[in-house]
Design a protein. Structure first.
Length: 149
């Protein structure tokens, strides 16, 4: 069985020149990355020390090329790959973030609409003195009401 290696350790192995090659292995529903060193094969792992499963081959290749800096030949084993389970992983954190983003966008649109309505209103405007008098009248009416116990 292959050893698990996290991305930062894999980068160190690549920088040290210990990685001789990479292999992308297809599994039902995803792809894993194996790094070949002189004495063993190491599987790229998640933070929880589980094999890191990529939903697409392109994502695995991107990690190999861009994040690990490996170039050259790449071996692909798609014998066990099957497209089952694709796009079924749920991300509740992203779902909540998208709902919040949608609510923020709707509220911003509401504010823009109400502001535009106020700007477009051609009705008579109150002068400062009239507004102060109106507010004084409302305060007096509030103070005159009996207090609730």
């Amino acid at each position: 069985m292959a050893e698990m290696v996290k991305l930062d350790v894999a980068r160190e192995l690549v920088d040290a020149g210990a990685v001789q090659g990479a292999e992308v292995i297809g599994l039902p529903g995803g792809w894993t990355v194996h790094l070949k060193t002189s004495n063993c094969v190491r599987t790229l792992a998640t933070r929880q020390a589980q094999p890191r499963i990529f939903s697409t081959f392109e994502t695995a290749l991107k990690v190999i090329r861009e994040q690990l800096g490996l170039s050259g030949r790449l071996i692909v084993d798609a014998e066990q790959w099957a497209p089952i389970g694709l796009h079924t992983r749920r991300r509740p954190d992203r779902s909540a973030a998208m709902k919040l983003k949608d609510a923020d966008a709707r509220y911003a649109a509401f504010l823009r609409e109400r502001t535009q309505q106020a700007l477009d209103n051609v009705g008579p405007r109150l002068s400062v003195e009239d507004a102060r008098a109106e507010m004084a009248k409302r305060r007096a009416a509030n103070h005159a009401r009996p207090k609730r116990a």
